[in-house]
Write a protein that binds this ligand. Sequence first.
Ligand SMILES: Nc1ncnc2c1ncn2[C@@H]1O[C@H](COP(=O)(O)OP(=O)(O)OP(=O)(O)O)[C@@H](O)[C@H]1O
Ligand SMILES: [Mg+2]
Length: 412
Amino acid sequence: MEGNIFEKILGQDSLFIDRKAFDHAFEPSRLPHREHEVDALVRNLVDALNGHIPSNMLLYGVPGSGKTVVTRFVLGQLRQKGKEMGQIVNTYEINCRNVDTKYRVVQTIASQLARRGDPPVPFTGWPTDRVLETLVMRMNRAGGVHIIVLDEVDNLVDRAGDDLLYALTSLNTVLDNGRCSIIGISNDLHFTQHLDPRVSSRLSQEDVVFHPYVATEIQNILGERASMGIREGVLDEGVIKLCAALAAQEHGDARRALDLLRISVQKSEQRAQSKVDTRHVRLAQSQLEYDQVTPVLKTLPLHQKLVLFSICLNEENGLRNISTGEVYRTYADACGKIGIEPLTTRRVSSLLNELDTIGLIMARNVSKGRGGRSKQVNSAIPKAIDAISLMSENEPLINEASLGKYHLQGHL
Ligand SMILES: Nc1ncnc2c1ncn2[C@@H]1O[C@H](COP(=O)(O)OP(=O)(O)OP(=O)(O)O)[C@@H](O)[C@H]1O
Ligand SMILES: [Mg+2]
């Protein structure tokens, strides 16, 4: 091989001007179609600058609807205004998917308030009350207003209960030099139903719902990002439109749309092409689907895999809308072939519900007349993905089951 193997790629002109514009952590300075949400936050948080206590807030919305980016933007502006006005504004952003215990959340905030000479609060080991006391002491010491953002807060409540929320929403009663307000962010509209009523009424003093973006809104978001991040003239007409349409179908997820656009450009670059067209978007879409589904398929528990295997097998045989009875028959047959005991129909029925919840199948109830109902299922796995091989990869029993002969119902 002539020359250094990196040279060819290094010399290639990138179609991006700034790939960072597509990083998930990128914070755009304009947020089209989120004016109402920004306004709701600003109207409430202005109390932080007026010497009052802003209400606690709950922000809801589907993934990719801009909850995190809007909150960061508003808090950034609030800190800046606070500085200009000589007001103390402390903000904390905790992602409760990573920081998922009461202790860790309190420890994280307390550590952010540490000053030189303070003893470090250890990651574990202290009684929770002691960490909480340290936090209150440091919040009083800092003074001013404290805005605590608990992003993806439903994760924390699922795992650790609502103890933390109770403690944090009580802080104002124990702070004598400082005011505190909580912003919870969640995907789950019904999240407060899992909370103690005292906690939920304190936390959701003001709710803001981020509606899912529609295709035209996503087009505008993509258009702005493209002009920052992608060289002019590179995108064929229709590329942004298609990315937006695909992401709009997927519950209006702006993150998904940005990923689609970035991967489409990369697909073109990998082929050393100078333009991006809708074929690249299609490639990007299948890659995203593949990346999304593959790890889930590979790591399903054995019986889940066998149930899904039974559905796939029937579909390979040309059958759609398979009844749960038919799924069970094939499943029991497969269990027999690999020498394991099948679960009860009741258990299999709940496994089907779980597969439906994680989006690998679509189940629907159909009326069978005279009040009878039955369930029909279809696979929701994209056609290009070979589910049975993927499930077999780290589960030899699936492979063994797939080698057997089955008596499947014929075409209906
Ligand atoms: N109105 C907007 N203008 C520009 N970019 C946006 C807008 N809304 C969302 N984005 C971008 O879309 C991506 C997803 O937004 P964000 O992370 O805020 O979603 P989210 O609602 O917090 O989702 P999740 O529930 O999954 O955490 C980010 O890259 C963000 O920059
Ligand atoms: Mg978020």
